[in-house]
Write a protein that binds this ligand. Structure first.
Ligand SMILES: Nc1ncnc2c1ncn2[C@@H]1O[C@H](COP(=O)(O)OP(=O)(O)OP(=O)(O)O)[C@@H](O)[C@H]1O
Ligand SMILES: [Mg+2]
Length: 310
């Protein structure tokens, strides 16, 4: 069983207009709504790979209900804690032809201490040995920076394998609780390690900093350069083929889904790296956020090369 956690979800509303103009009324030519959240992205890609997962997080108000219903309609089981505040909406106003846009992000509702306690209770009830949990994204107002660390402290002793994908203080504190795997990108790894990550050597050094802190496996994703997947014993470097790229947003979440898929199947490190990159690059080739098909992932898989380093 795989569970994904999205503490800070958002309803993404994109309005397309012919021209962005100030101080006048513009009619939208298209309007679409997406369920934004990094754990949702992981679950959506897992579903495309044929693996069920359950989505956890905080939602509130009419927007939260809409989001929960939208995920259910995609075939994703949810088990949210309902909060008093209203789930945030992010608005993008995009010009049809120029690629220019205006994006306005809401901070989101403040999660109350009793709502956090309810979530922790849910985690205690749901923790089953052998399961995999993916903890994904930023934390909403009111949720302390050590939230992921607290989840890991609950999950690890109960035999759960935890994958952590976040940044900043939540990543630093999360690592202190020693998750099984972390998935930083180059920028997040550079911030954590305190030095730039822009060459294979500096990526390796940054990955080692996570290993020294007690993380078992580090998946350092490097955009078009692929993935460095390493443990204390072994390292695999997966390099994607040269492909036409449409949207790299959410490619890292797709990569995490590919890793979770391979871990669930008990595949060895080089195969984990290959599935991770296959899912990430298949996502980058699609204009949607973390949208793949099983076929597209399998196609990139066959063209992804893996090197074993010592
Ligand atoms: N330009 C690209 N060409 C080919 N593959 C790409 C490209 N950009 C990303 N990918 C694929 O996606 C994976 C993850 O990308 P990246 O390191 O940018 O993740 P990220 O910054 O965590 O993304 P996000 O947080 O938006 O999901 C890469 O390892 C690679 O497989
Ligand atoms: Mg990422």
């Amino acid at each position: 069983m795989i569970i994904t956690v999205t503490p800070n979800p958002v309803l993404d509303h994109t309005l397309t207009v012919p021209h962005i103009a100030f101080d006048s009324v513009t009619r939208a030519t298209a309007s679409r709504v997406d369920w934004g959240g990094k754990g949702f992205n992981v679950s959506r890609v897992l579903l495309a790979l044929g693996v069920q997962s359950t989505v956890l997080g905080f939602v509130g108000g009419a927007t939260g209900q809409r989001l929960a219903a939208g995920l259910a309609a995609l075939g994703l089981p949810t088990d949210f804690v309902t909060i008093a505040g209203e789930t945030r909406t992010n608005v993008v106003i995009a010009e049809a032809d120029s690629g220019r846009y205006v994006k306005v992000n809401e901070a989101g509702p403040t999660v109350q201490p009793e709502e956090i306690a309810q979530f922790l209770d849910k985690v205690r009830q749901r923790a089953v040995p052998g399961d995999t949990w993916a903890l994904c994204g930023s934390l909403p107002p009111g949720v302390p920076d050590d939230f992921y660390a607290q989840l890991i402290e609950i999950l690890k002793p109960r035999g759960v394998r935890v994958l952590l994908d976040t940044s900043g203080p939540a990543l630093r504190l999360g690592c202190e609780a020693r998750p099984f795997l972390v998935k930083p990108n180059a920028e997040e790894a550079a911030t954590f390690a305190g030095h730039p990550v822009d060459t294979p050597g500096t990526a390796r050094n940054a990955a080692n900093v996570f290993l020294e802190r007690g993380v078992t496996q580090v998946a350092l994703s490097l955009g078009a350069a692929g993935l460095l997947l390493t443990t204390r014993e072994a390292t695999a470097i997966a390099i994607p083929p040269d492909v036409p790229v449409k949207n790299v947003t959410g490619a890292g979440d797709a990569l995490l889904a590919g890793l979770a898929y391979a871990l669930e199947r008990g595949l060895p490190l080089p195969e984990q790296a290959r599935w991770g990159v296959a899912a990430g690059t298949a996502s980058a080739m699609h204009e949607g956020v973390s949208i793949v098909t099983r076929e597209s992932v399998e196609h990139v898989y066959t063209e992804t090369s893996v090197e074993i380093a010592s």
